[in-house]
Design a protein around this ligand. Structure first.
Ligand code: GUN
Ligand code: ZN
Length: 658
């Protein structure tokens, strides 16, 4: 029913199948008023809409029409329709005249595609006691709704809404309990007040503590999120659906939505975008119009602008530039910047979902970029890196560093015990923002070679680099720090090393391919892959390493765009022999063994177990439960996702082994 097609951070481009067609996510569902809808939202780009089943139920005429002709005819939209249950009315008026079972029954009766149980939206910042009491009712009703749906073989899909006010643990608890119920979709509820009051930082806590406990295989809906300013942030946290009455509510009030915030018509000297409305009318034209005509035009702008942002976000996910977009969007309001900073607190969680390799380079857009999962991931790998006795830290040059490092390197200051330098027992690393220390051998591995940062460092970057140096010098007997670094990063002075003039960097291709293999597949895998009579073939045009042979046998190709290895059959066999589960492995079940050996791609439902370190775009070994090598391929998903999904492809098979 839901499949992931592309990923970036926690964001995903997916497809969601319903009884009225399949849609692409992230998607925005405009709110349709069943009685007084004036805008044809389908014309402006809506693929799915949401309306309120309770409002239909309460109006005798609408109710009868919906029962007779069906919901889709009633609202004149033939694509997928989601219905809400009246919970929002419950939260505003304190009561509704319908029971949980009744509203579920009614939604199925009128043919909704996705129905909702009668959850209790608990406001932010209430007493814990109230949040807990409401939550128990929400959970009870969610279970009742699912049981009822299953007993009666309902065709509609069902939402189970995550509540828990602003208590992080209650949000996680609610999400965990709802996950056990196996609902079809998981909205995150009662966040409208947080967005209305611009409490975006608390919104991040609420959403992150919900999604981390929700299944990866089900879509999540941020209920009532309709301002395009927050879409990118919400998608980066793993939200797939939004709904908006904002387009019409703001239009009624002469306000224009924009990714930069909201504009009031009375203040506009210029139109805010280049949509059809904004190119055909001036602010004066609109001000001179009658109210209704103006409202419809502003609503049209609001929809076009919102859908444009959704498309931009999906494109950013395909490219791997979602976080750059989030960081850009979050600069339009200080409270959004707080939200972006709060998101940084969750980088451990985000790292589990972020693809290892992306199409676009990592751009440092400001201090918030230092919290991105790629940096955490690199430093974690570096902590495990097979280290020599001494460390030489070089200043950054143009990339790839190894191309520009040479000759007499200059003076080095000593940190640690002073010994004679032994260049064969020394690691050479470049100090740079944002990855801290980059072993020279890894200088073109993604994202260490594919990143850009300003050359004028901000204070956070200087502090970050200082912390990295303090930590990593502890791993070495002595560290020699280049004099340029001492100045640039305001590092306390030590003595100049007497051997400074002897320190030369020597390029070593064998060392390089082993280092990359260790970084990619784990410690000692470089030695295991590249033993014997190793021959390295380089591109005549670029001089970059392309193929690695042992004798005449190909072991691996190095991908030009990111310098990771793609194994050959021999390479896969060597990696397999030298390691054991879980390293780089995906275990498939008995049924799928013959297909896997034939080179067929592996569906998630056939996977028995996976190495927890596998992320999307990793090269992996496909084995059976006896750890026999069946094939090798590329993972499309990360560990968590492969384990959670029961549909769709998990691993692209490169080659089966008969
Ligand atoms: N619309 C906006 N917030 C909510 C919520 O918490 N629950 C439901 N059912 N609908 C909503
Ligand atoms: Zn416009």
């Amino acid at each position: 029913m839901f499949e992931i097609k592309a990923k970036d951070n926690r964001g995903r481009v997916g497809t969601l199948k319903t009884n009225h067609g399949t849609i692409k996510t992230p998607a925005l569902m405009p709110v349709i008023h069943p009685r007084k809808q004036v805008i044809d939202v389908g014309k402006y780009g809506a693929d799915i809409v949401i309306t309120n089943a309770y409002l239909i139920y309460k109006d005798e005429n609408l109710k009868q029409e919906a029962i007779d002709n069906g919901l889709h005819d009633l609202i004149n939209f033939q694509g997928p329709v989601m219905t809400d249950s009246g919970s929002f009315q419950l939260s505003v008026y304190g009561d509704v005249e319908i029971s949980n079972k009744e509203v579920i029954e009614f939604q199925e009766l009128i043919g909704t595609d996705i129905g909702t149980s009668l959850d209790i939206p608990t406001a932010p910042y209430v007493d814990r006691e109230l949040a807990e009491k409401d939550l128990e009712i929400t959970l009870k009703r969610a279970k009742e709704a699912i049981d009822f749906k299953n007993e009666n073989n309902y065709k509609m899909k069902l939402n189970s809404v995550v509540q828990g006010s602003t208590f992080k643990d209650l949000r996680s608890y609610c999400a965990e309990e709802l996950t056990k119920l196996e609902a079809d979709l998981y909205p995150i509820g009662a966040v409208v007040p947080l967005m209305e009051s611009y409490n975006y930082s608390d919104l991040v806590d609420v959403v992150m503590n919900s999604v981390k406990a929700l299944p990866d295989s089900k879509p999540r809906h941020l209920m009532g999120a309709g301002h395009p300013m927050v879409f990118a942030l919400a998608v980066a946290m793993g939200c797939d659906l939004f709904d908006s009455a904002a387009y019409i509510l703001y239009a009624e009030d002469d306000r224009f939505l924009s990714t930069r915030g909201t504009y009031k018509l009375e203040n506009l000297m210029e139109m805010p975008c280049s949509c059809e409305v904004c190119t055909n009318y001036t602010p004066d034209d609109l001000r001179a119009m009658d109210k209704k005509e103006r409202r419809d035009l502003i609503a049209k702008h609001n929809l076009l602008t919102s859908f444009a942002e959704i498309k931009r976000i999906r494109q950013a996910i395909y490219e791997g530039s979602l976080m750059e977009l989030v960081e850009e969007r979050c600069r339009v309001h200080p409270n959004l910047l707080d939200a972006c900073r709060t998101l940084g607190v969750y980088s451990n969680d985000l790292e589990k979902y972020d693809p290892r390799v992306k199409k676009s380079a990592f751009f440092y857009t400001g201090p918030e970029s230092l919290n991105r999962p790629e940096i955490k991931r690199h430093l974690d790998k570096l902590r495990l890196y097979d280290k020599k006795r001494d460390l030489v830290i070089l200043p950054p040059t143009r990339k790839p560093y190894s191309k520009y490092i040479g000759g007499r390197l200059g003076d080095f200051y000593i940190y640690g015990s002073q010994m004679e330098i032994d260049l064969d027992n020394t690691d050479f690393m470049v100090l740079d923002v944002p990855f801290g220390l980059i072993p020279v051998e890894l200088d073109d591995v993604y994202p260490l070679g594919q990143n850009e940062s300003p050359r004028i460092y901000d204070m956070n970057a200087i502090e970050f680099v200082g912390d990295v140096i303090s930590e990593f010098t502890e791993f070495y007997s002595q560290t020699l720090i280049h004099s340029k670094i001492i100045d640039k990063f305001e590092i306390g002075l030590y003595n100049i090393h007497p051997d400074s003039h002897d320190i030369k960097f020597k390029k070593d291709d064998i060392k390089k391919i082993k280092a990359i293999a260790n970084y990619q597949f784990g410690e000692e895998m470089g030695e295991a892959l590249f033993s014997g009579d190793i021959k390295i073939e380089k591109s005549k045009k670029t001089g970059k390493i392309r193929h690695i042979y042992s004798g005449n046998e190909l072991i691996a190709n190095m991908r030009a765009s990111d310098s990771y290895f793609v194994l050959s059959t021999e390479g896969a066999k060597r990696l397999h022999n030298a390691s054991k589960f879980p390293n780089n492995r995906v275990i498939v079940n008995e049924d799928s063994e013959p297909f896997t050996r034939e080179g067929k791609s592996v569906f998630a439902k056939f996977v028995v177990d996976v190495d927890k370190n596998i992320r999307s775009n990793d090269e992996v070994l496909l084995v059976n439960e006896d750890d026999e090598l069946l094939a090798y391929g590329k993972s499309l998903l990360s560990y968590n996702e492969i384990m959670d999904f029961n549909t769709g492809q998990a691993i692209k098979n490169r080659k089966g082994i008969k």
